[in-house]
Design a protein around this ligand. Structure first.
Ligand SMILES: NC(=O)c1ccc[n+]([C@@H]2O[C@H](COP(=O)([O-])OP(=O)(O)OC[C@H]3O[C@@H](n4cnc5c(N)ncnc54)[C@H](O)[C@@H]3O)[C@@H](O)[C@H]2O)c1
Length: 387
């Protein structure tokens, strides 16, 4: 039963400083026709060139401001997408034109600090991965958001693909029998434009492994414990913004996860993988994730951030068959647009902050295991199954 009227709801959401309040509207999903979420982008580098075209086409988004410490980037992005305001510092952004949602697309090391500042200023947040530098910092952000009746979400959006939904349903319906094992991999030769990927707080785990970790935990359930090995293969890199830099964060990682019920999975990622698909992943049509059970196995075709099908063989149909051969309906850069739509419609998105936090805890645990040689127990959980 709904305990507040629509009038009370509108009043209370206005008091919250934004025109929505998801935990309440989930109970009776008030669609607000024509309503748009006022969005500000912080960080106008490489990934913003993927986000902005998507956001600019969303009927639920009004792009209000851009911000970058390299002011020219903020100005250029604003000019290209007809965004009325641009700033060179988060303080100016938060004090400037009002907005509802901050989209954080800066260097990874800055996410925690900037996301906290936005929440403290009463703004909702969509953050590129990772949401924060540590699990503890990320957990504090989520607590702060709840306390202030705001929302925070973190990339990746892999759970949104129809291929993820197909795989999740196949597992839940027992098509694979008793699931035992899984493997996932993602790597290329590493970004060439910015040093932060190689500095402390960067690394291949939060940049690349994060996708496979989100997919496998989303399909098999939260990891109860983790063991890992990490290393640095290339000790020095040359990048556009700083020239030669020493590599401080792992550029090679192997992570084992225990999902309970005997299920063990493995993720490998790195910045030293020759592959002909490059950073863009163009033309990658091979399996990158495989899951085995007593009655069947299935493989995701293409990367989990750009999937193009699922191959499955089961004891009732031993010949491998291709399912959901659809590469078009999901794109990895859709996360912020999808949650903007949710903020208007009141429909809870599949992407959940608790899941992003769990993945962050795995990454930290993998590093700890890598340096201590120990198996690390995890405490975080999220709503499972996702689909
Ligand atoms: N590039 C991609 O294809 C891609 C894809 C998916 C996710 N991501 C993620 O997106 C994030 C950004 O990556 P990128 O490749 O766009 O990096 P980038 O270096 O191209 O862009 C980062 C931008 O953030 C700005 N910035 C840094 N600190 C700031 C601050 N305190 N305030 C305002 N602006 C600040 C920088 O000046 C730069 O313009 C990372 O978390 C990365 O893992 C990138």
């Amino acid at each position: 039963m709904n305990s507040i009227s629509r009038k009370e709801f509108l009043h209370c959401t206005a008091m919250a400083g934004v025109s929505f309040l998801l935990p309440s509207i989930n109970a009776f999903a008030v669609e607000q026709p024509g309503k748009k979420i006022r969005v500000a982008i912080i960080g106008c580098g490489s990934v913003s060139t993927q986000y902005l075209p998507h956001l600019s086409k969303s009927p639920y988004v009004e792009l209000v401001s851009t911000c970058d410490i390299i002011y020219d980037r903020a100005k250029q992005a604003a000019a290209k997408y007809n965004i009325p305001n641009h700033y060179s510092h988060i303080d100016q952004l938060l004090a400037g034109a009002p907005f509802d949602l901050m989209i954080t697309l800066t260097d990874m090391q800055e996410h925690g600090r900037l996301n906290k500042q936005a929440l403290l200023a009463g703004r909702n947040v969509w953050s590129e991965k990772p949401m924060a530098n540590t699990y503890k910092e990320g957990r504090a952000l989520l607590d702060l958001a709840k306390e202030k009746k705001l929302r925070i979400w973190g990339a990746p959006a892999v759970v949104n693909s129809p291929q993820f939904a197909f795989m999740s349903k196949a597992i839940q319906e027992g098509k694979l029998g008793k699931v035992s094992s899984a493997h996932a991999h993602y790597g290329h030769l590493g970004p060439t434009w910015s040093a932060f990927f190689y500095e402390k707080g960067g690394g291949s785990l939060p940049d690349l492994g994060v996708y496979n970790l989100a997919t496998l935990t989303g399909l098999l359930g939260p990891a109860l414990s983790v063991m890992a090995m990490t290393s640095i293969v290339t000790t020095e890199r040359t990048v556009d913004n700083k020239g030669k830099v020493n590599v401080e964060a792992e550029d090679n990682a192997m992570v084992l996860m225990d999902h309970g019920n005997g299920i063990i999975s493995h993720v490998q990622c790195g910045f030293n993988y020759f592959d002909p698909y490059g950073h863009e992943g163009k033309g990658q049509e091979k399996p990158t994730i495989t899951i085995w059970g007593t009655h069947g196995n299935m493989s995701l075709i293409g990367y989990d951030w750009a999937p193009s099908g699922v191959d499955m063989a089961t004891h009732t149909n031993e010949k491998t068959q291709r399912f959901v051969p659809d590469p078009k309906t999901y794109v990895w850069q859709e996360g912020a647009s999808v949650i903007s739509r949710s903020m208007v419609t009141g429909e809870e998105p599949l992407i959940a902050a608790e899941h992003a936090l769990h993945v962050l805890e795995i990454i930290e645990a993998a590093r700890e295991s890598g340096s201590s040689g120990k198996r690390i127990k995890l405490k975080s959980r999220f709503k499972y199954p996702v689909v």
